[in-house]
Write a protein that binds this ligand. Sequence first.
Ligand code: NAP
Length: 280
Amino acid sequence: MKIGIIGLGLIGGSLGFDLKALNEHRIIGVSRRGSTCERAIQRGAVDEAYTDLGAIASADLIFICTPIGSIIPTLQQLTPQLPPTTIVTDVGSVKASIVYAAEQLWPNFVGGHPMAGTAENGIEAALKDLFVDRAYVITPTQATPPESVSILATIARSLKSNVHICSPENHDRAVAWISHLPVMVSASLISACLTESSENALTLAQTLASSGFRDTSRVGGGNPELGVMMARYNRDEVVRSLKTYQAELNTLTQLIEAENWPELEKRLQQTQQARPHFLQ
Ligand code: NAP
């Protein structure tokens, strides 16, 4: 298969590595900067790379791996150059706002979200085997051609990803809880610490911070652009989850103020029991 990848950064470059390693496909990359294209070829993430979208017009399957805000504008530029058989997919971390706009522009569009990543970005951050044992969510609508869904699922399984198929809305609701809300919670943890008025206490906290703080602050210390995109393009679900979280925090604050230790313990027992269900 001839596979096109637009946006040779962390996700696009990593997809290129693993698709190329299968020795079954020809991988053609397109990126904004010529230097990125050269580096992607040097690193072995693609067979060829160009800055012109026309270079992938003959691909059978195209992955759009640009930042979320550029996915629809890229598709708009791309579609006049494609035959109707070309399957176009994206890797954006939000789905409903992209998928419904994209399928208006290109009926053979299939939304996707490989749920793997790091805090780094750009072609230098691309990694081999990034998608192994990770979820690859595919979000068809009633209008999505089933055979295109099945081709994308086969490709995702060839990367050793675990394929999940669901509606764009369900995807966005679920990832708000486990991906987008944690970014906001973790970011507010860091900024709450920074409000400490005693310079001595703040310096001491920074010196003593260890694995607990590293775990809970990790996603809040990642790429700001990605956090803004999650909030902007999945706004309703992010606000809904944040408000629920705020209510939970208020309850915990009240229990502690009231010194209601049995109720606090009951709640912490419930969360201790529930956590493994999210980490199977
Ligand atoms: P990234 O490392 O910044 O890569 C995006 C690349 O796209 C940039 O390196 C840039 O390359 C290129 N680019 C930007 N605008 C472009 C345009 N208009 N046309 C062509 N190329 C363009 O970002 P990423 O983390 O891979 O994220 C890309 C997508 O993956 C996003 O939609 C994100 O939601 C999704 N995603 C990210 C993660 C994660 O953890 N990071 C996980 C799953 C999905 P140049 O150097 O050429 O400018």
